[in-house]
Design a protein around this ligand. Structure first.
Ligand code: HEC
Ligand code: HEC
Ligand code: HEC
Ligand code: HEC
Ligand code: HEC
Length: 405
């Protein structure tokens, strides 16, 4: 080969690479793989049940307590939730979002007949004559979890129920469809479950120390979702029924400060400083209550830590800020860069050190930990007009410096 030919080949390869990378930078992108588990809505056409019988309000006529609990849960708001609605509009009203947020076919205005593209982001849609607006309003309704092939899933396989019941070996199976990543693709090195949780549970076992990883679920029962998120309660399932071990239908998470606090242990204490004329304090956070990372869920969720040294006027003489979140590069490839969230049982310490004397004099140190459902920048970008706060405090402590040594 002559010099010029070689050069042409090299330049040619270079151009192809550049075009490829350029395309990766601008191509339309979905951050998740649409897997067969949720590419279509749940088929209820084989149900002997009328649409009315599938509604939560109908189940609630008999299972009143469970219904009242479910109504307070975020599952019942998975469609009406104004944050979801704003995000969905921002994401161009994709059909695939519905397959988890309103997963029953009768909750959707259109039926999915097939797909126009290999990535399955462009479904072929036709009008759905069985569409029911009330059922849609119920979001992750009772039947979204309990309905399967014309029967209602239950752990007891109860024969006294007036509806067909199918015995379920492990109820954690129910959570998988929507909360665990399923499906693989060559160019996605970190696989978020769409919006979701729990890719991190196995990562805790040390396969990817310090990073979130992929989850292959071998035994759903190992996940423990139901055990933590649906606490046991003794009660009758229907009015006048036999009292038995049952589970609460509350599913508390990031929207509930008490749930987040329950998962988090925080200590703020004085420690030895580097020099005699200095003082140092340490804030230690430990995820003691969640099997997954804390925080978990959509990539928007994060914690912030603020440590301050204050003078008499309450002004900060020194300040340290930290974020506990995952950071991802989206283009040209999806790569999980780093993740500073709390792994189960592994304490994380942040320090602040400062001169003991000064003018103005330091009189107190303060630590504040906040939980954020999403950050202000993203709220503004997607046009979500929140009526409830998007962040709240989970820990605050102020230590007076006089005699604190
Ligand atoms: C997010 C999924 C989900 C939703 C939504 C849901 N359930 Fe359940 N439900 C479960 C799981 C999981 C169990 C089994 C818990 C266990 O292992 O005992 C269960 C158990 C039950 C039981 C058996 C008794 C018990 O408490 O264990 C009844 C009855 C029941 N659900 C009714 C309802 C009704 C009525 C609604 C709607 C108002 C509803 N469920 C909504 C997941 C769900
Ligand atoms: C007409 C009353 C009635 C309606 C309506 C009703 N159920 Fe039930 N269901 C019962 C009774 C009665 C039982 C048995 C209770 C017992 O064992 O004490 C039962 C049992 C169950 C169980 C437990 C099954 C098992 O063996 O583990 C589940 C789950 C359940 N129902 C879900 C639902 C859901 C979801 C709906 C709505 C789609 C619904 N039920 C509607 C009366 C009703
Ligand atoms: C049909 C899909 C679906 C299934 C099945 C499902 N979930 Fe969810 N879950 C959702 C969606 C969607 C949301 C978020 C709703 C929203 O905020 O708009 C959610 C939210 C949650 C939250 C967060 C609450 C918060 O405050 O943010 C918890 C906890 C949760 N689910 C637990 C479970 C558990 C445990 C199971 C299994 C018993 C389960 N889910 C089954 C779709 C599902
Ligand atoms: C050992 C108890 C425990 C287990 C097991 C557990 N969780 Fe959690 N989960 C928590 C605690 C505590 C929180 C609140 C702190 C946080 O957000 O991490 C939480 C939060 C959540 C949230 C809220 C996220 C948000 O954005 O608001 C979701 C969703 C969730 N868990 C789903 C699951 C699923 C799905 C499983 C099973 C694969 C599971 N959890 C297993 C304890 C647990
Ligand atoms: C595979 C199921 C699945 C699909 C598909 C899905 N979601 Fe979700 N979504 C969830 C689950 C599970 C949660 C709860 C996780 C959490 O609590 O952070 C959730 C939570 C959310 C939240 C947070 C709500 C809140 O109140 O904090 C938003 C916003 C959201 N989804 C938007 C979307 C949009 C937009 C799409 C389509 C592009 C979509 N989702 C597709 C399962 C799904």
């Amino acid at each position: 080969m002559t010099m010029t030919r070689k050069r042409i080949v090299i330049v040619g390869i270079g151009v192809v690479l550049l075009v490829f990378l350029g395309w990766r930078l601008v191509r339309p992108m979905s951050i998740f793989v649409v897997s067969e588990h949720f590419e279509r809505p749940i088929d209820t056409s084989n149900a002997s049940m009328a649409t009315e019988a599938l509604r939560a309000s109908t189940c609630g006529a008999c299972h009143r307590e469970i219904y009242e609990e479910w109504k307070t849960s975020i599952h019942s708001q998975a469609w009406t939730d104004p944050y979801f609605q704003a995000d969905w509009k921002f994401d161009e009203l994709q059909q695939v979002c519905k397959n988890c947020h309103i997963p029953l076919d009768r909750q959707q205005e259109h039926k999915v007949l097939g797909f126009n593209d290999a990535e399955k982001l462009k479904p072929v849609l036709v009008d759905n004559p069985e569409f029911d607006a009330q059922l849609q309003h119920e979001g992750v309704t009772c039947a979204a979890c309990h309905f399967k092939d014309g029967k209602l899933l239950g752990v007891n396989g109860n024969l006294n129920a007036p509806h067909p019941v199918e015995k379920l070996a492990d109820s954690n199976d129910i959570c998988l469809r929507c909360h665990i990543v399923q499906g693989a693709r060559w160019d996605t090195f970190f696989r978020y479950p769409p919006c979701g949780t729990a890719a991190e549970i196995e990562a805790d076992a040390g396969r990817w120390p310090g990073r979130s990883g992929e989850l292959t679920v071998r035994h759903a029962s190992e996940l423990g979702c139901v055990q933590c998120h649906m606490p046991l309660v003794k009660r009758a399932l229907v009015e006048g029924g036999q009292v038995q071990e049952a589970r609460r239908h509350l599913w508390r998470g990031g929207h509930d400060p008490a749930m987040v606090k329950q998962g988090l242990e925080v200590h703020f204490v004085e420690i030895g400083a580097g020099a005699a004329d200095r003082r140092a304090f340490a804030l230690t956070l430990t995820n003691v209550g969640a099997a997954h990372f804390l925080p978990t869920g959509t990539p928007d969720r994060h914690l912030t830590v603020r440590l301050r040294v204050l003078d008499r006027e309450g002004h900060a003489l020194e300040e340290e800020k930290h974020s506990l979140k995952r950071t991802t590069m989206w283009r040209p490839f999806i790569i999980d860069l780093w993740d500073t969230r709390l792994q189960r049982g592994q304490p994380r310490t942040y320090r602040i050190e400062f001169p003991a004397e000064g003018n103005p004099a330091p009189i107190a140190v303060e630590a504040v930990v906040r939980y954020h459902l999403l950050d202000e920048k993203r709220r503004a970008r997607i046009g979500y007009e929140n009526t409830e706060p998007i962040a709240y405090e989970v820990f605050r402590s102020r230590i007076a410096l006089q005699g604190a040594r």
